[in-house]
Structures are given as structure tokens and as C-alpha cells.
Ligand binder design. Structure first.
Ligand SMILES: Cc1ncc(COP(=O)(O)O)c(C=O)c1O
Length: 402
């Protein structure tokens, strides 16, 4: 079976490991000593304040993971059953699943080949040619007659989506933006942090992200009503803590104090982590520029990426072979996500002009990117990519028919 991201000890050079080397132990011990282990405690508030301050939003609400952050954000912004939400086909599956959790319908959109993020120009074409704005102010899909309530731009691998034209489009057509910034904590577009552009922005602190709480998430927003609603929904919609009075169907989506304690320790080092990620990305990019068949994916215009996950593009015929070659050398690499429109539960969804995403899926590979990746390890990865291409046809002939 193909190894997974969790096969930590299997690889000499793993794909993406957490870097726990600050105050994590100390802060967890404080929680344990004080007995504040669950979803109430000072670390939850501290973590929320730190993230809000860092991304420059007025409010932040911690959640149990990034998926739950996206789910409650969609409910809070008023996505109703039978609404439609535009999402990329090239993404981790969570932002698409949450649309279905709301019994709304995803419309799957293509990606841009430079950053792999959702193709904003195609969204503009779709909305202007295939949708209409009605007197009630909302925009409807001409084909399905359903309301387009929201768009979830995902900042893929940390690279910001081209937000400016998207913001203009959504303002004109009254469509909400819920940013999936789960991979892009600290990335900037026009000098502003991702997550702070949309009505709400969502982060993940899963073990493989730039900072981790083991598992965790956060919703950020400047809108006090949205913040209150997200907090309410994620705490079982409990109106009165003593009487157990609930006023709607809620969720148990709050982060625990222990996890938040880890988050505070990790946030203390976010600048350092991003500098390392960016410097390692530059090193990969420089070294790989010598290899004719390889392109290291870079941030887009007006952007400063956190470079959460590194990706290269290689000729289609080499993708699988190069992955197998590097795995055989104990270097953990992986193909990018299977495109959502090819998965059985989403095959029947409406999709728009998807072709770049197919090319990206056929040619992109993720490379090791942990914060604690050593310079010598980057050299080992690049040397192995070079030897694969040096062996070239001989290797391909020997392995392609197996
Ligand atoms: C793009 C994207 N969206 C959402 C999520 C979901 O976050 P979580 O795993 O914390 O639920 C992830 C990652 O894990 C992701 O990569």
C-alpha cells in the first residue's frame, strides 16, 4: 500500500512533521496542574486573541478542527438547503463536504496553473454568463435556478487566491466569501493576511499544518454577529449554561484548553516558522532550476505565501515514476489530491470549464516541507530528483509496465 502522511517513522525525510520545541510542555503542564483541561480555560481565550491579532481581524472563535470551522461558518452566513456554493475541484475535500453537510450543492471550479488556487477569471465568466441577479438582490444559477450563496476560495498549499477581482465580483453579485485559509496562516495578499478578506476565514491546526494544536481550527471575522453565532453554534447552541437551555441545533465544536495551550506556544513562533518555510522554498527552487523537466510552484502576484506545502510540476509521464522512485529512497512525497469532480459522491455536481486542474493533477507532486527540514535533506531530495531524470528513459522503461 502507498505510505501515508502518518507513517512518521517510515521515512528518512517525512513530508510534513509538526515542530514542537517551544513552550508546549510548560503550558500543557499548567493546564493539567490547574485542572482546566476542557473547552473552558484561559488558553482558549489567549489563543483566540493571538490569532485575531495576528491576522488582524476583530474576532476569532476556536473550533475543534478546520472542517468544523468551515461548517459553522457556512451555517452562520446563512447557507440554506438547496443553495449553491462555488468551490475548487482541486482541494482537500473538507470545504466541499461542508457544503453537503448543509445540504447545499457545490459547483466545482477549475484552478489556475501557476498557484493551483481557484481560477478567479473562470468564476467571473461563470457568474456573468451563466447566472442572473434577481430583484431580491441574490444571484441565481440560470441552469438549476438555485441561489449562489457563497464561494469558498481555498489558499492552496499556502498560496493566496487572487482576492481582489473575487472581492469585487462577490460585492457586485451579493455572494459571501468564506475563506478556506486552513493551509495559509500567515500568508499575505496585498500586505493583508489571508483569512481576513472574506465574511469569515477558517484555519486548521491539524498536525501537518504550519502550526498545530494536534487537531484544531479557528474562525476569524470582523463581524460581531457572525462571531457570536459561530461561538453559539459551536457550543451546542446553549443559551443558558445552568439551565441547559438550547435554542437551535448546535454542535460540540469547541477546542479544548490543552489544545489551545499548544496553539499559544506554537503561535509564539509563527514568524520564525514562516521564515524557515520561505527560505527552504527558495533553496528548493534555486536547486531545482537546474533540472530541465521540473518547475517548483511559486506564490502568485501581490502575494507572500507561508509556503506550507511545496509542490513541483513534472511532465505527466514522469509523475508516478518519480513518486515511486523517491518513495523507494525513503523520501516521503505524494501526489496532489484527487480532483473532487472525479470522486463518486461528487461526480454528478455541476462543474465549470475544468481543464487546468486535470493538468495539475497529472503533473504535480508534493515534496517534504517540515519546518525542521534540514538544508542537507533538501539537497538529498533534489539530488534524488536529479538522479531520477539522469537515469531517465532507462528507469522509465524498467518500471513503467510493472
Ligand atoms: C484546504 C483544507 N481545508 C480544510 C481542511 C480541514 O482541516 P481539519 O483537518 O483541521 O479539519 C484542510 C486540512 O486538513 C485543508 O487542507
Amino acid at each position: 500500500m502507498t505510505p501515508t502522511i502518518s507513517d512518521k517513522n517510515l521515512f528518512k525525510i517525512p513530508l510534513s512533521e509538526p515542530f514542537i520545541s517551544g513552550n508546549e510542555w510548560k503550558y500543557i503542564k499548567e493546564c493539567l496542574d490547574a485542572g482546566w483541561v476542557s473547552s473552558v480555560g484561559s488558553y482558549v481565550t489567549r489563543f483566540e486573541e493571538m490569532v485575531a491579532h495576528y491576522v488582524d481581524t476583530k474576532y476569532a472563535v476556536a473550533t475543534v478542527n478546520g472542517t468544523s470551522a468551515l461548517h459553522v461558518s457556512l451555517i452562520a452566513c446563512g447557507v440554506q438547503p438547496n443553495d449553491e456554493v462555488i468551490v475548487p475541484t482541486l482541494t482537500f475535500i473538507a470545504p466541499v463536504n461542508v457544503v453537503r453537510y448543509c445540504t447545499a450543492h457545490p459547483i466545482l471550479m477549475d484552478c489556475n496553473l501557476d498557484t493551483l488556487c481557484i481560477d478567479v477569471q473562470k468564476i467571473i465568466n461563470f457568474i456573468s454568463n451563466h447566472c442572473e441577479q434577481r430583484k431580491n438582490g441574490y444571484t441565481y444559477n440560470k441552469k438549476t435556478k438555485r441561489r449562489i450563496k457563497a464561494i469558498i476560495p481555498v489558499h492552496i498549499f499556502g498560496h493566496p487566491v487572487d482576492m481582489q477581482p473575487l472581492l469585487a465580483l462577490c460585492a457586485e453579485y451579493n455572494i459571501d466569501i468564506i475563506e478556506d485559509a486552513t493551509e495559509s496562516l500567515g500568508s499575505e495578499y496585498n500586505g493583508k493576511k489571508t483569512g481576513s478578506f472574506g465574511k469569515m476565514g477558517c484555519f486548521s491546526f491539524n498536525g501537518n499544518k504550519i502550526i498545530t494544536t494536534g487537531g484544531g481550527g479557528m474562525v476569524v471575522t470582523d463581524n460581531i454577529n457572525m462571531a457570536k453565532r459561530v461561538r453559539h453554534l459551536s457550543t451546542q447552541a446553549k443559551r443558558d449554561h445552568f439551565e441547559y437551555d438550547h435554542d437551535e441545533i448546535g454542535y460540540n465544536y469547541r477546542l479544548t484548553n490543552i489544545q489551545a495551550a499548544v496553539g499559544v506556544a506554537q503561535m509564539e513562533r509563527i514568524h520564525e516558522f514562516i521564515n524557515i518555510k520561505r527560505s527552504n522554498a527558495s533553496m528548493y527552487s534555486d536547486l531545482l532550476s537546474e533540472v530541465k523537466d521540473v518547475r517548483f510552484l511559486w506564490e502568485g502576484a501581490h502575494s507572500r505565501s507561508n509556503f506550507w506545502l511545496y509542490a513541483i510540476k513534472v511532465p505527466k509521464a514522469h509523475k508516478k515514476l518519480l513518486i515511486d522512485y523517491l518513495l523507494s529512497k525513503n523520501i516521503q512525497v505524494r501526489p496532489i489530491w484527487k480532483l473532487i469532480h472525479t470522486l463518486p459522491m461528487y461526480r454528478d455536481c455541476q462543474r465549470y470549464a475544468i481543464d487546468n486542474a486535470i493538468e495539475a493533477y497529472d503533473s504535480c507532486i508534493n515534496l517534504p516541507c517540515s519546518v525542521n527540514l534540514k538544508k542537507e535533506e533538501i539537497e538529498v531530495v533534489v539530488e534524488n530528483i536529479k538522479s531520477y531524470f539522469a537515469e531517465g528513459k532507462a528507469y522509465a522503461n524498467k518500471h513503467s509496465n510493472r
